[in-house]
Design a protein around this ligand. Structure first.
Ligand code: C5P
Length: 399
């Protein structure tokens, strides 16, 4: 995949059909002022709001509208366009195009380009406030976030239909700033090592001791760090998640394997984030044949696993160390004790066992502590939460 680390030079602007289309014209002018080459793809509905001629005049290029264009398709026009772009931006993005992207439907040029694109993708949603709030729309947005798409806006306010609420397309200045601002690459040049998922401690070739960690938080952190410009290595226990593109993945099973993968290399990193739920204990004896029911010993002798994060915090040189704490009660107390005992720089604590958030959920809330301060992040999806936590880490790194 093309990198996130440099400002885009070639932006492919997808315009889908909403009244906010008129703002796309101002957006093109702004992007051109930044010496960016812009090419436009219009959906059928968008061409009823603003004509292709307007976009052609503004960009200086013909506008692309049809998937099966006889002139273009002999040269595989959509693939060529996708390859040309180093950023795909959809503004405005209607609920329809968002739903198509989120489900992989490719029945027109823009939705096909979304699948063919090998570059960072941003969308600026625009729709009526009731449509934006519909759970199905929010689920689609969340799916796109999880796939690494940056969501810009929408804003709250007066809408063209007379309603007031969230759904107004972000202003062209804000979109432009978010695409081009180095502030979005707040971890540029940083090397970040992240552990994620559970560990499995074998009892015999068939059975193991593990925990309910899904790995979602660690993977969201890896993705958000990569988007923020960091070079990311993810050491992961077994999960069902696809690793984010551009992230180096080291797959492990047990706590000992995780320790062996992390401790020898951790000094080379600027930041270590221990998001893995490392099993504290493992069986002393791992049988090499399946234990039979008859004559089974009803107790398993356990021995303590290495504390990976504490070992990383003892290294010299030592990365900035961020731990996680999943607690069911007395959160601040336990979290602060861990911060001190393991010599961490920051600890992010979440209450598990509540009706929302926690282990297998897509969302979470965090209370983050450091020696002389704390910050609370309200319940939100783990991708957004990861970005908020990383921004805090970036601020602390620069202090
Ligand atoms: O002590 P506790 O397991 O609650 O601490 C949680 C933090 O310590 C997490 O950041 C986790 O990744 C890390 N940890 C570790 N090695 C262990 C146990 C926990 O790195 N053996």
């Amino acid at each position: 995949m093309k990198s996130n680390n440099t400002s885009p030079q070639n932006i492919l602007l997808g315009v889908s059909g909403g009244i906010a289309c008129y703002k796309s014209c101002a957006l093109i002018r702004l992007l051109k002022q930044h010496h960016i080459d812009v090419r436009v793809v219009l959906t059928e509905a968008a061409s009823h709001f603003v004509t292709p001629l307007t976009f052609q005049a503004l960009t200086g290029h013909p506008v692309h509208q049809h998937l099966l264009d006889a002139d273009e398709e002999n040269a595989m026009g959509h693939i060529r366009l996708a390859k040309w772009a180093d950023q795909l931006l959809i503004a405005p993005a209607t609920s329809n195009i968002i739903a198509k992207f989120s489900h992989g439907i490719a029945d027109d040029l823009l939705s096909t380009l979304y699948l063919a694109a090998d570059c960072p993708i941003s969308i600026a949603p625009a729709m009526n406030q009731a449509m934006w709030k519909k759970p199905v729309c929010q689920e689609n947005i969340q799916r796109l976030r999880q796939q690494g798409v940056t969501i810009i806006g929408p804003e709250n306010g007066q809408q063209a239909c007379g309603d007031t609420g969230p759904g107004r397309m972000a202003e062209p200045e804000q979109i432009c700033q978010q695409l081009l601002s180095p502030a979005n690459r707040y971890l540029n040049g940083k090397k970040i090592l992240i552990s994620a998922g559970p560990t499995r401690e074998a009892i015999d070739p068939v059975r193991y001791i593990s925990n309910r960690s899904s790995g979602k938080m660690g993977y969201a952190l890896a993705q958000a760090a990569e988007k923020a410009g960091a070079e990311v290595t993810l050491v992961s226990g077994p999960t069902h998640l696809a690793p984010p593109e551009q992230v180096r993945l080291i797959a492990v099973e047990s706590a000992e394997q995780m320790a062996n993968a992390i401790i020898p290399i951790a000094s080379q990193f600027d930041v270590y984030i221990g998001a893995a739920a490392v099993a504290d204990y493992r069986p002393v004896l791992v049988e090499d044949r399946k234990i039979k029911k008859q004559g089974i010993n009803t107790s398993i002798e356990l021995t303590q696993n290495p504390d990976i994060i504490a070992a990383v915090a003892k290294l010299t040189p030592r990365p900035f160390v961020v731990g996680f704490a999943a607690e069911t009660h007395d959160l601040e107390n336990y979290a602060r004790n861990k911060l001190r005992d393991k010599n961490l720089d920051v600890i992010a604590a979440n209450i598990v066992g509540q009706s929302r958030g926690g282990f297998d959920s897509n969302e979470n809330a965090l209370r983050v502590f450091w020696t002389d301060g704390q910050q609370t992040f309200a319940m939100t999806d783990k991708c957004h939460l990861a970005d908020q936590l990383l921004q805090l880490i970036a601020t602390k790194l620069n202090e």
